[in-house]
Ligand binder design. Structure first.
Ligand code: SF4
Length: 187
């Protein structure tokens, strides 16, 4: 399995944990989960601690393992560029509740929830001539142990009104396969 994740078993078998790089440690983690012959793996922020140059290698490795072993991956991440690269279907959460769920391409092309829209605006563009978009979300996220009434995003949402503070929005389908929990969706 070490060979399958790109490590030479002869070279690595006598090494101690601190002698591995971050990328090698992540490869070992993937090998450890694969020896159990799983069908489903939860990857919780698997590349957030890695250099950008190593991230692509690990993401490619996960894609390769997914195809080779017929895996389903639940990929949890804050970096939407990474999410876009690896996901078939995306769920966006805010303060512990689902805001939006949909096919990856559709959700990134036409976000329906204001929070998703703001997250997509915040993805950095690798071009020095492009200025980052100014976020219109104000304030700090509220405490998860005392969330606001109604919609949990209402204290930071530019579209919030009375209904948003009175009524919890339920998930409803706004396009084929795309569900949003919002009283005033973008699309
Ligand atoms: S329900 Fe209201 S506050 Fe919540 S995201 Fe939609 S518009 Fe904003």
């Amino acid at each position: 399995m070490l060979g399958a994740v790109g490590l030479d078993p002869e070279m690595v078998s006598g090494r101690l944990p601190h002698e591995f790089s971050g990328g090698q440690c992540q490869r070992i983690c993937i090998a450890r989960s694969l020896v159990l012959n799983p069908e489903f793996i939860v990857c919780d922020e698997p590349v957030s601690a890695l250099d950008v140059s190593i991230r692509a290698q690990i993401l490619n490795l996960l894609e390769e393992m997914k195809a080779r072993f017929g895996l389903t991956l639940l990929f949890i991440a804050h970096d939407l560029a990474v999410v876009k690269a690896v996901s078939d279907r995306v769920a966006v959460m805010y303060l512990g509740r689902l805001c939006e769920v949909g096919p990856s391409e559709q959700l990134f092309a036409k976000p329906a929830h204001p929070y998703t829209g703001l997250l997509l605006q915040a993805i950095p563009v690798p071009d020095p001539d492009v200025r980052p978009a100014e976020s219109v979300a104000t304030g700090e996220p509220p405490s998860p142990i005392a969330p606001p009434s109604g919609c949990r995003f209402r204290t930071r949402c530019p579209r919030a009104d009375q209904r948003c503070s009175a009524e919890i929005p339920e998930l409803r389908e706004v396009a084929p396969g795309q569900f949003v929990a919002c009283h005033h969706p973008l699309a």
